[in-house]
Design a binder for this molecule. Structure first.
Ligand SMILES: *[C@@H]1O[C@H](CO)[C@@H](O)[C@H](O)[C@H]1NC(C)=O
Ligand SMILES: *[C@@H]1O[C@H](CO)[C@@H](O)[C@H](O)[C@H]1NC(C)=O
Ligand SMILES: *[C@@H]1O[C@H](CO)[C@@H](O)[C@H](O)[C@H]1NC(C)=O
Ligand SMILES: *[C@@H]1O[C@H](CO)[C@@H](O)[C@H](O)[C@H]1NC(C)=O
Length: 486
């Protein structure tokens, strides 16, 4: 064999090797299947009268008298997690991030786009009810202490369905401003699908924002034990007000909202590397970044870049930790809420950076847009099963996934199989048994493993085994992006 043909063989081998690697990387997970399931999950969390299109059919109607204690119709909305309370603060954040997922990546959802729109509308229809009276906003339905005493299917629920409101004398700017953000973001999603509905959402968003801004205070104090210690607004409501204004600015293009964002951002404390139901900090910076990307020295860009540098494994200013298997960790429970939300932001920012032909500099480490995508992909793949246990943390995806999720409805026999009522404490056996759950809450992402990549798959470990709507909502966007592959 001559030198030249030897080179050719090597070249062909090399190309073959590269080719195989690319194909393998692309096929590591079925992002389309995971996307379908991540959206289906929301049907399992539905409260109220289920429509004929309901696909998760082990669920039935529930909480059909919600709101009757204050003479309002508050039927509908979502249960936030494994219990049967409608906590509007995290529900609104779920809605905002689901809307953002659709806005950015709806183009690659295919036939799942309609299901995603249906999931979003299930929320916005409900928030239109919760904000239908001027001068007040319904902040929550269901007494969490009464609810948590029982292990009951939502369809059997007989716990206190107390309605908690915030108003001018008892304000709740975090919950109100997050609802305003959710309505404004959703109005943008529905613009091309139902323009009349879109205008209705936007009009309500601006009214609810005014209420949140004119009567400032925390629902912590106003509704007391209804909200806190369950979803305490730990870091204050200034971030939600700015976040609400940022979405209204994007949706209306009215300069008064942009002025509000710029003016108030200057005095917002807290860490710009946080994004979740309580803290909107890094979300604000990334959301507004396209508008200021080319103005050098913009504080929004500095903050957004700092957010990236707080996450990259080799960044000198990294503030998260990584498990040996490569999962991102932040303090507090239900860790996958961080991995899902932060990955979504990385993908969104990466696309904005790409359009502006920019990279992020973390000390001497240069992070290109594709580097951000790779970090996000590592988290998504970990969640889908590329981890030391070879376990997917999405119910129903892959060969091995959590069987004992902390979720009342999923753990108990369905109404179809067992129509008789199962009372408050009669469900306890289904909670403590080591048997698998009876109904698959397909698509649910659970709190996930510990810092050593270990997972107990036990209903008793709430922080590991409970799903929440706000873990799925940004993940919908991340999966749609990787499904589209661009
Ligand atoms: C305002 O909200 C508080 C707290 O939810 C409630 O106790 C009070 O009755 C409300 N006031 C009015 C006028 O509705
Ligand atoms: C809400 O309550 C929590 C827990 O008590 C507290 O840490 C936080 O500062 C409160 N937030 C506001 C805005 O009052
Ligand atoms: C920002 O700069 C990039 C690269 O020069 C350019 O392609 C883009 O159109 C600019 N964007 C805005 C909003 O001016
Ligand atoms: C439950 O999970 C947490 C977080 O992953 C872990 O630190 C803890 O040890 C577990 N608790 C029990 C009782 O196993």
């Amino acid at each position: 064999m001559g030198g030249k043909s030897m080179m050719m063989v090597i070249l062909i081998l090399l190309l073959g090797f590269v080719g195989v690697r690319v194909v393998k990387a692309a096929r590591l997970h079925d992002y389309g299947d995971a996307l379908t399931k991540s959206i289906l999950f929301f049907e399992g969390q539905r409260s109220g009268k289920l429509p004929s299109t309901q696909r998760m059919n082990w669920r039935g109607d529930s909480a059909l008298r919600d709101g009757s204690d204050i003479g309002m119709d508050l039927v509908g909305g979502y249960y936030d997690a494994g219990d049967n309370v409608k906590f509007h603060f995290p529900m609104a954040f779920t809605t905002t991030t689901l809307a953002w997922s659709i806005l950015e990546f709806g183009y690659s959802m295919g036939s799942d786009l309609n299901h995603a729109l249906e999931a979003l509308r299930w929320s916005t229809d409900y928030f239109l009810k919760a904000t239908s009276k001027p001068g007040m906003v319904v902040a929550q339905v269901g007494d969490p202490i009464s609810d948590h005493t029982c292990w009951e299917r939502p369809e059997d629920m007989d716990t206190l369905r107390t309605t908690y409101v915030v108003n001018q004398t008892h304000p709740g700017s975090e919950v109100s401003a997050e609802i305003a953000a959710a309505l404004a973001a959703s109005s943008m999603v529905f613009k091309d699908h139902d323009s009349q509905y879109s205008r209705w959402l936007l009009d309500r968003a601006s009214k609810v924002f005014d209420f949140a801004n004119n009567y400032q205070g925390s629902y912590n104090q106003s509704i007391g034990r209804g909200a806190c210690p369950f979803y305490c607004d730990i870091n204050g409501y200034k971030d939600e007000l700015i976040w609400g204004a940022a979405w209204l600015s994007k949706a209306t293009k009215d300069p008064k909202y942009w002025d509000y964002v710029v003016k108030n951002m200057a005095t917002l404390g807290g860490s710009f590397s946080e994004f979740g139901w309580d803290s909107k900090h890094s979300g604000i910076n990334i959301l507004v970044s396209p508008a200021v990307m080319n103005s050098s020295g913009s504080p929004f860009i500095t903050n957004a870049d700092n957010f990236v540098c707080s996450l990259l494994p080799d960044s000198p200013t990294k503030s998260v930790t990584y498990s040996p298997g490569g999962l991102m960790f932040k303090p507090g429970g239900s860790n996958l809420q961080h991995a899902t939300a932060l990955s979504f932001l990385l993908i969104v920012y990466s696309r904005y950076l790409h359009l502006a032909k920019r990279s992020v500099h973390c000390g001497s480490v240069v992070a290109t847009p594709s580097r951000l995508i790779n970090v996000a992909r590592s988290q998504v793949d970990y969640i889908l099963g590329s981890n030391p246990l070879g376990m997917s943390y999405m119910v129903g995806y892959g060969k091995k996934f959590p069987q004992r999720i902390h979720h009342r409805g999923s753990s108990m026999p369905s109404k179809i199989r067992y129509p008789a009522r199962i009372g408050c404490h009669d469900g306890n056996n289904y909670m403590v048994t080591s048997s698998p759950n009876q109904n698959a809450l397909v698509g649910a992402i659970v709190g996930g493993p510990d810092e050593h990549d270990q997972f107990l798959d036990s209903r008793l470990n709430v922080s590991q085994s409970e799903p929440t709507t706000y873990m799925n909502s940004p993940f919908v966007g991340a999966l749609a992006y990787f499904k589209g592959g661009r």
